[in-house]
Design a protein around this ligand. Structure first.
Ligand code: HEC
Length: 247
């Protein structure tokens, strides 16, 4: 006669599973350091042999664990056949005169924001070339590094094709570094649209055939006026006296 509602064999089973569970819990503590998880009943492919970045591997002749991408392969999403958009050149290698997509107000405000972050430190918000960097370096031993930055409203630059400005921003020019690593291609175009606005404000109408952002920017609003300036921002910035502001 048993008091327990459980049969003898059921009790035995319960005891055994308790023992197993305890063993499994404490089995995790092996008293040493291991990179393996202490308890992983169904590992599937979670833990595989792998190499850490920059480590060595005897498997490959050059001893490097990291492999170069196979030649002529392109990572998904990185195919850049659009030469106009990514190089500022057409298929025959000629610089393109205009930004290869429609410039909207959103493009301009993006361009203004990016310009103020990436270009204004040297070129100044209005493009005078007297940004904080050259002004701070004035009178120091490093003065020549960024002195004499050309005004972006120079006729020569107002006449330059958008493709040429794109090349300058992408690869740099003379003492100016390239910004391809920090500024994605579409943002570089947006910056160029903003530079055109600055040139316009500086009294340099971009040459016919090159970018005239206000025309396309005004289009969605339905305005046909040639002076329909993109947003009101430029007007509020115009009074900035040269060399006066802290930016
Ligand atoms: C670190 C300072 C610095 C920054 C930031 C900088 N530039 Fe420049 N930029 C220069 C200097 C210096 C020159 C003059 C290069 C030379 O002739 O040696 C220059 C020249 C230029 C020119 C004239 C090139 C020519 O054909 O003579 C353009 C256009 C220009 N920059 C655009 C930009 C734009 C757009 C950005 C932002 C993406 C930018 N720069 C950011 C320093 C800078």
């Amino acid at each position: 006669m048993s008091f327990s509602p459980l049969s003898r064999s059921a009790r035995g089973g319960l005891a055994l599973s308790l023992v197993c569970a305890t063993a499994a819990v404490f089995g995790g503590c092996r008293g040493g350091v291991s990179e393996d998880p202490p308890l992983h009943l169904v590992p599937d492919m979670d833990n595989q042999a792998h190499k850490r970045a920059q480590s060595m591997s005897p498997v490959f002749a050059d001893g490097r664990a990291a492999r170069r991408p196979v030649e002529h392969t392109v990572a998904r999403g990185h195919l850049r056949t659009d030469t106009a958009r990514f190089e500022g050149k057409d298929e025959s290698g000629q610089l393109i005169p205009r930004i290869p997509f429609d410039v909207t107000e959103a493009t301009l405000s993006r361009g203004e924001e990016r310009y103020n972050i990436f270009c204004a430190p040297c070129h100044d918000k209005m493009g005078s070339g007297l940004g904080a960097v050259p002004r701070r370096l004035e009178g120091t031993a490093d003065q020549s590094a960024f002195s004499g930055i050309p005004s972006l409203t120079l006729g020569r630059l107002a006449d330059a094709y958008d493709g040429e400005l794109f090349q300058t921003i992408t690869h740099g020019k003379g003492r100016m570094p390239g910004y391809a690593a920090q500024v994605p291609a579409d943002d570089r175009w947006a910056i160029i649209a903003w530079v055109r606005v600055l040139q316009d404000l500086g009294g340099r109408k971009p040459k016919p055939g090159t970018q005239a952002p206000e025309a396309t920017a005004a289009a969605p609003a339905g305005g046909a006026s040639a002076t329909a300036a993109p947003t009101a921002t430029p007007a509020t910035k115009t009074p900035a006296s040269p060399g006066g502001g802290s930016q």
